[in-house]
Design a protein around this ligand. Structure first.
Ligand code: UT7
Length: 343
């Protein structure tokens, strides 16, 4: 029996030309090691009070030295596959959204393919920073709707601790490691991604970046000594852009689905800063109960952020099939996005 959508959606994916794209399982993984604000007080000139009041973050997870982005991604993927009842042989495509690949090449997605034993799968990485998971969901869905593939594994995974400058108090208190994954499948009458808005603004690419390690500034003794292989952020400007872009993207996603924000069961914003989340919620007219927040436990995990949160929302049991979820993200690039999912 198929559930009748309760709203009109011009881009509805249900049974479109005989194809439906459903999220048939999600999963996540965070490393065991917890780094608390109290520990950071010993590392840089900061306080638990400052970090908590300015960001909402209390602790974050840090991967072991021999644990890489592909390991975090694989662990999350295995959980999503188990929840979806999907075997490695069924996977047609693996997309890994990350800014912290194991190495510049080959793609982390290929390393995940090997670790999963997903021999049939094509694999590539996608770089849209903290917005990567929504970009990857939309691209994965396009492959399914175009009849190219039937089963796509989408992962957001980061080992941000590997590009964090542990001497820079402006950034080192903000980030953490982790991964989240989703299985997209062509399933008759199923529900999934209803719409995805994606945007970018390269004019503001300098606000959040890592200058070293690419073709512009390959690794040299000088680049390492001048700490160019760590991420840098202009926090205040990034904050302002984040609020504006997330609100605009979320409103556009709702408009496309002809939905009022009150119809959304759960809003999952990128987990960068509690004050950004509250400002976005306010401007959308959302209630505090609608907003999902877990950044106190993990900090900002970039592409993994909303993927981990989606898994936590699903496993908390608060969703019924047919409930509507709004994901909204923002990151370096600048990039941003919003997606409406019918669960
Ligand atoms: O995921 C991608 C998107 N990322 C984001 O959206 C993050 C956006 N930005 C932010 O979340 C916030 O801007 C921060 C949390 C990074 C900073 O908060 P803020 O309220 O914008 O603070 P600020 O940068 O204006 O800094 C205020 C003061 C400064 O001191 P002075 O110049 O006023 O004396 C900083 O040096 O706080 C100081 N400060 C700190 N103090 C204690 C900066 N970091 C710290 C720290 N501990 N860790």
């Amino acid at each position: 029996m198929t559930t009748k959508p309760v709203f009109k959606n011009p881009r509805a994916t249900h049974d479109f030309l005989g194809r439906s794209c459903s999220i048939s399982g999600v999963g996540s993984y965070v490393p065991e090691r917890i780094l608390t604000n109290a520990e950071l007080e010993k590392l840089v000139d900061t306080t638990d009070e400052w970090i908590t009041s300015r960001t909402g973050i209390k602790e974050r997870r840090i991967a072991a030295p021999d644990q890489y982005t592909s390991d975090l991604a694989t662990a999350a993927a295995q959980r999503a596959m188990k929840n979806a009842g999907v075997t490695p042989e069924q996977i047609d495509l693996i997309i890994v959204a990350t800014i912290t690949p194991d190495m510049p090449f080959p793609a982390t997605a290929c390393l995940v393919q090997r670790k999963l034993g997903a021999r049939r799968a094509a694999a590539f990485d996608l770089e849209a920073a903290c917005s990567g998971f929504i970009y990857a969901l939309e691209i994965g869905q396009q492959f399914i709707m175009s009849r190219t593939y039937d089963t796509v594994l989408v992962i957001g995974a980061e080992k941000l601790s590997s590009i964090t400058d542990w001497q820079d108090r402006n950034t080192c208190v903000l980030f953490g490691d982790g991964a989240g994954a989703a299985i997209l499948q062509n399933r008759e009458g199923a529900h999934g991604l209803l719409t995805a808005v994606m945007g970018a603004d390269g004019e503001n690419s300098d606000l959040l970046s890592m200058a070293g390690g690419g073709s512009r500034c390959p690794a040299t003794v000088e680049s390492v000594n001048s700490r160019m292989h760590y991420l840098r952020m202009e926090g205040k400007e990034t904050f302002k852009n984040a609020v504006q872009a997330m609100v605009t993207a979320a409103k556009e996603a709702l408009r496309r689905c002809e939905l009022d924000v009150s119809a959304i069961k759960c809003i999952i914003p990128h987990q960068a800063n509690r004050r950004i989340i509250d400002a976005v919620g306010d401007r959308l007219g959302a209630t505090p109960e609608q907003l999902f927040v877990n950044l106190e436990k993990y900090g900002n995990t970039s592409a993994a952020s909303v993927a981990i949160a989606l898994d936590e929302v699903v496993s908390s049991g608060r969703l019924q099939r047919g409930d509507l979820i709004l994901l909204v993200v923002f990151g370096a690039g600048l990039t941003w996005g919003a997606a409406v999912i019918e669960w």
